[in-house]
Design a protein around this ligand. Structure first.
Ligand code: SF4
Ligand code: SF4
Length: 363
């Protein structure tokens, strides 16, 4: 069974066969050519570099790195992370972790895992730059794919970081009474490493190409600026797709023009023949999952209830203006309610003059 929710896609086609295949380059490299730059890059690997935030930010900004986890510019995210770490310390929320996130939201996506498997040391190094510059206590690797104990141990040795099984988390910040976490995408960390060590800009991205129109689902390294039509053809189309979805399950958009160009930060491309059934929302069952999913500690179901009942005058107390429309509450809702849309409606309405049903105009 599969479905598309209002806020994103839930495809249970899972990550195979793409996840277990190595990343392929598009356009393909000449097998006889010698890539001298990558040999040089191996030699330059240096474990001892530590950077301050002032040194790291220009490198990330000049390289134009976009974090594929949330589409944010990495430099902006690092700045926010440093502030958040300081705030967490002030509230004595310890320890503070920075995590490279290979636990992808997309049920079909495996680009992060494929890149981590290919460049474990470099990715870990990029994360370590970010963690030390932002003042984090530790940097870890989170994954969700099936891995044997031996594979996990090998990855731990290669990255020199703790590797742990993690559930996909959205958005990138998470805090509770015991810990404060900030997550970065695998490709963003890798790009940061190359930006710092070699001054490289982010010129390519690894994309999981999948869907029922794709003959050969796989992870493809694509130059930024390539039309998605060419990428789909490279993977082989069984038939012309009726729907193309670019991006991840939370922020993905349906694309109508296959001439659209690949941009940095895209890690998924889904070409589909049939549009999966959209489920009708059911009633709220009061499970509270939307509350636990909300990273700014709102009560999304209560805000939605007040919007439904037109109790607008009581909305400001629930602080809907703090919502950044991340969509996590809609994504998690088992009743298929677009809670985020209701909170957004409340945010629009709570600061204006509103009509209370059957009553006078109130503020
Ligand atoms: S959309 Fe708004 S209310 Fe819903 S989880 Fe995100 S911040 Fe919270
Ligand atoms: S997650 Fe959905 S069903 Fe559960 S309390 Fe929130 S709105 Fe209601």
């Amino acid at each position: 069974m599969s479905k598309i929710t209002k806020r994103g896609i839930t495809i249970l086609s899972l990550k195979e066969p793409a996840a277990s295949r190595p990343v392929v380059d598009f356009p393909e490299k000449d097998p006889d050519s010698v890539d001298s730059s990558s040999m040089e890059k191996m030699w330059k690997f240096d474990d001892n570099i530590q950077l301050s935030l002032d040194e790291l930010l220009p490198a990330a900004r000049d390289a134009g790195i976009v974090d594929e986890l949330d589409g944010e510019l990495l430099a902006d995210k690092l700045e926010r992370a440093a502030l958040a770490v300081r705030a967490a310390r002030a509230k004595q929320l310890v320890p503070v972790y920075m995590i490279v996130d290979a636990a992808e939201h997309e049920h079909y996506g495996s680009a992060a895992w494929a890149v981590l498997r290919e460049f474990p040391k470099e990715t870990a190094r990029g994360l370590s730059f970010a963690a030390s510059a932002c003042g984090c206590d530790a940097a870890n690797v989170g994954f969700s794919v099936r891995m044997t104990r031996k594979e996990r141990f090998t990855l731990q040795i290669k990255t020199k970081l703790k590797v742990f099984k993690s559930r996909p988390t959205y958005p990138s910040y998470h805090n509770d009474d015991n810990r404060f976490e900030i997550r970065f995408g695998v490709q963003a960390c890798l790009a940061l490493y190359y930006a710092v060590e070699f001054g490289d800009s982010q010129q390519s991205t690894v994309i999981t190409v999948s869907g029922d129109s794709v003959a050969n689902p796989q992870n493809v390294r694509v130059a930024v600026g390539t039309p998605i039509r060419d990428v789909l053809r490279f993977c082989g189309l069984i038939t012309d797709p009726n729907y193309i979805i670019i991006g991840d399950t939370m922020t993905g958009v349906c694309c109508t023009d296959d001439h659209t160009l690949v941009t940095a930060g895209i890690s998924c491309l889904l070409a589909m023949q049939f549009r999966p059934r959209v489920e009708k929302p059911r009633s709220c069952v009061g499970c509270g999952r939307c509350i636990s999913a909300c990273h700014v500690n709102l009560l999304p179901f209560e805000i939605a209830r007040r919007v439904d009942n037109m109790q607008y005058e009581r909305l400001p107390r629930l602080l809907p203006q703090d919502c950044d429309n991340c969509g996590a509450c809609s994504y998690i809702c088992p009743s298929g309610i677009d809670v985020a849309a209701k909170v957004f409606e409340a945010r629009q309405n709570s600061s204006t003059v509103l009509l209370k049903w059957g009553n006078d105009i109130v503020l």
